[in-house]
Structures are given as C-alpha cells and as structure tokens.
Design a protein around this ligand. Structure first.
Ligand SMILES: NC(=O)c1ccc[n+]([C@@H]2O[C@H](COP(=O)([O-])OP(=O)(O)OC[C@H]3O[C@@H](n4cnc5c(N)ncnc54)[C@H](OP(=O)(O)O)[C@@H]3O)[C@@H](O)[C@H]2O)c1
Length: 434
C-alpha cells in the first residue's frame, strides 16, 4: 500500500464537518479507490469548543487556520471557510506557495482570483481542486474538464442557486410573495441569515464565471459580469409574474447563461422564462441543473442537489481522492498561461423573445400608445393581454414579444415607463427556449 495521503481541514461548518463524516464513515472504500489511506492530520475553525457532531479527538487542533499552509507533513489543505479575501484567501495562497495541493468549495475565491491561483498551483507543481464550488454534488467541473474535453463548447447554462430555485418554486406553488417565502427558506436553513449573495444572483454569477472559464478557455473574470450589470437576482420577480408565466406555459428560473456567439462570449445571470416542458422547466426546489451544449456531444443535462452538507462534502472528498491517486489536470482544463482574455458580446446586440409586464391606467388610447412605442423600436408582439378591466384604475398589461433586439427592448421599456398612464416599474424577462 502507498503511504497515506495527509490532509489538514480548515473550516468545520456545514461542509467541513460533512467531509470529516464521509472520510470517517467510508474510510475503507475511499482507501481502496484512492489506492492509499487518506488521513486527516490537523483541523482548524474559529471555535474549538463547538460540538460539530463529529469526533475530532484524533486530529491536531490548529488555532490559526493559516498555519495549515506549512503544517508539517501535509499533502493537501482543504479550505472550507469561505470568502474571496481574508483567512481563506491567505491560506489557499500560501498553501500553494508551499507546494501543498488545495481543495476548496469556495466559489467566490475561485471566481475572483482563479487565474492567479491557477498560475501559482502550476508554478509550484500542485493542484487547485474545486468541484464543490459549482453546483454542489453535481460533478460538473469533472464533466467539463474531462468528459466534454473533446468538444468545442457552444454554451453552458444552468440553474446554479438552489435557494433561488426553492423560493421561485414555492412562490409558484403557493401564490405567496417573495419576502414571505424568503423568510420560510431562512427558517428551513435553505437561505443564509444574510441571503443577499443568493437572491441578488452573485452566488450564481461566481459559479457561472468558473464554468465560462472552463467552457471557453478564458481567464475567469468576475468583474466583467458584475461591472457590466449582467447580474440580476430574483428580488423583483413577483407572484403575479409567476402566475402569468404559468398561464403562458413557462416557469421562471434564475439562469446563469454563457454562450459563444461569433467568437465572443455572452454571459449573464438573470431570471428568465423557460418552457414548462423543457428540461430546465422541470428542475424544482433546491435542485440545480447544468446544461452543456458541445459540437459533437450535442446537449447534456446534469442535475442534482446543488448545496447542503452531504452533496457538497461528497464533491470535496471526490477531489481529495483524485489528488491522492495522483490525478492532475490544469485548474481550468488548460494551462493558466494559455487561458485567453475573453472578448464579451455587447448585450444590447443580443436578441430574444421577451416577457414584459407593467401597469397602466385603464383608459382609451393606452394600448395604442404602447403599441406605437414597441413598433418604433422594431418590436413585434406575439401576444398582448390586459388583465381585467377597471376604467380609470391601474391594470396590468402582459406582453410576449417576438424575437427582439435587447437594446431596442430596453429603449421601449424606458419610453413606456415615461408614459403618464404607466403606474409602476415594468418587469422585463427574457424567454429562453432551452
Ligand atoms: N453550505 C453549502 O451548502 C455549500 C455549498 C457549496 C459550497 N459551499 C462553500 O463551502 C465553504 C464553507 O461553507 P459552509 O456552509 O460549510 O460554511 P459554515 O457552515 O459557515 O462554516 C464555515 C467554517 O469556517 C470556520 N471559520 C470562519 N472564519 C474562520 C476563521 N477566521 N478562521 C478559522 N475558521 C473560520 C467556521 O468556524 P466556527 O465553526 O468555529 O465558527 C466554520 O467552521 C464556503 O466557501 C461556501 O461557499 C458551501
């Protein structure tokens, strides 16, 4: 038997404790699969005295997690603290400097600093593994870097945040509003006490940024997503939009989409309408799904639980087993020096069918004003319906457009908003025929 593969674990929360649990429970089978024992040598977290539901008595306790970076005899450091700066970032960076492999579930860190860390790993002859960072238990990083390696990828998109998918599912099933359902999700432990990263789309954007890098061989560039306003969460989706979408045969899903268009990349995170009958339309509750479109493989859908102790720790342990076997693959599928700077599609030039909803005062001539604005922006209407009739009062109008240019649709929405009869902020969502 080969000598044991020795690891130190930083962070013993949901994921860290789960990793200890799996490595303890499945020690024998993991050892056979890895070809050697995997030994936890040292662990670290903020508070030594917390009962974490796992037996830590056989491991050295390290007060400052950063000390694991040069802890004697470790082959790999498992970073399960989180955050794109601070202790987690310092630990990962110095562990790689010290030629220790790193396994992390930290999507924020990989999305923000992936390129520099990949270079550091290569310069020091070690690996940075992060399967658990994207879509929890779904082996999407392995699939993209290995399984689909023969293909030119046309697109990768998915439901990448389980909290948002849960909220949208419950809003549809119960007809309740966003705030109320978010509160339930927090009570059930599906949403963090501070849910901003989830509901504002930032968490999904971190994951999309990583997938984009592997799919198209470009440096991960989170700022390009954020600074260009390509991240929208679900906070503005209301119960009536969900009900109207259902009437038209659609579900509303928070999608992360990356597509290659004429050598440039289109990248965005937005709530979109997808057909109920499509594979994405059937992915509900806390489930994630990632769709990959390659030139030879055509389309593949991977689905499963995107978060939680078991699924996430399962992916972390899979990475540890790979490293123990001596498996080595560049962080983003190709050497860091070969990753290109992406050239991004101008979103205004993209086109789509759209769902548009706004409220107007119910009076003669309003529909004609709206139709004229849409016509002026070259937008043709597939269907327009006024929901109810209440002379002189505000009523919702729902429009489904034919394929329209994004810039023209945005212009039309801003002109509709300026109409005296328009009483609220219009809601605009793409319709993605996935
Ligand atoms: N939870 C999920 O479903 C999930 C899914 C995918 C990816 N992830 C990623 O996995 C990572 C861990 O998430 P988690 O849910 O397990 O978080 P968590 O439950 O909040 O656990 C974080 C752990 O880090 C420790 N920690 C925090 N600050 C520290 C510091 N300054 N020094 C040392 N230890 C520190 C905490 O110590 P104490 O316990 O002593 O406070 C805790 O054990 C994050 O990057 C997250 O994005 C999580």
């Amino acid at each position: 038997m080969n000598k044991p593969f020795k690891i130190g674990i930083a962070g013993l929360g949901t994921v860290g404790a789960g990793v200890v649990k799996i490595l303890t429970k499945h020690a024998d089978v993991i050892s056979s699969r890895a070809g050697r024992d995997i030994e936890i040598i040292a662990v670290s977290a903020r508070n030594k005295d917390v009962d974490r539901g796992v037996d830590l008595s056989g491991f050295y306790w390290v007060d400052d997690a950063r000390d694991l970076a040069n802890y004697d005899g470790l082959d790999a450091v498992i970073e399960l603290i989180g955050g794109d700066s601070g202790i987690a970032a310092e630990l990962v960076s110095s562990a790689l400097d010290n030629s220790r492999h790193v396994v992390t579930a930290n999507k924020a860190l990989v999305a923000h600093h992936g390129y520099a860390l990949a270079k550091k790993a290569e310069d020091n002859g070690v690996s940075l593994a992060y399967e658990a960072a994207v879509a929890g238990g779904i082996p999407i990083i392995k699939s993209m870097r290995e399984g689909f390696a023969a293909n030119e990828i046309n697109a990768v998109y998915g439901i990448l945040n389980g909290t948002c998918n849960y909220i949208l599912t419950v809003m549809r099933e119960s007809g309740r509003g966003f705030d109320e359902v978010l509160k339930d999700a927090q009570d059930l432990g599906y949403a963090e006490a501070d849910p901003a990263f989830d509901i504002e789309g930032v968490d999904a954007a971190h994951k999309l940024c990583i997938l984009t890098s592997i799919a198209f061989g470009v440096k991960p560039d989170f700022d390009a997503l954020q600074n260009d306003g390509k991240i929208q969460g679900i906070t503005k989706v209301n119960a009536s939009d969900i009900a109207y979408a259902t009437e038209f045969g659609y579900r509303i899903k928070l999608l992360g989409i990356a597509r290659s268009i004429d050598g440039k990349i289109m990248q965005m995170v937005e709530p979109c309408l997808v057909p109920v009958s499509s594979p994405m339309g059937g992915v509900e509750d806390v489930y994630n799904a990632v769709y990959v479109d390659g030139d030879f493989v055509e389309t593949s859908l991977l689905t499963g639980k995107g978060a939680g102790e078991g699924p996430t720790a399962s992916s972390v342990v899979a990475d540890i087993i790979d490293l123990a076997r001596g498996f080595d693959i560049p962080t983003f599928g190709i050497e860091a020096d070969k990753l290109k700077d992406a050239s991004w599609v101008n979103m205004g030039e993209t086109s789509s069918r759209y769902y548009l909803r706004f409220s107007v005062i119910d009076k003669a001539g309003v529909i004609a004003d709206i139709s004229s604005i849409l016509k002026g922006q070259n937008i043709s209407i597939e269907s327009l319906s006024q929901r109810g009739h209440d002379e002189g009062r505000s009523v919702p109008i729902v429009i489904i457009s034919h394929e329209s240019k994004h810039a023209e649709m945005i212009k039309a929405v801003s002109l509709i908003k300026e109409l005296e009869s328009c009483t609220d902020n219009p809601c605009l969502m793409r319709i993605e025929e996935l």
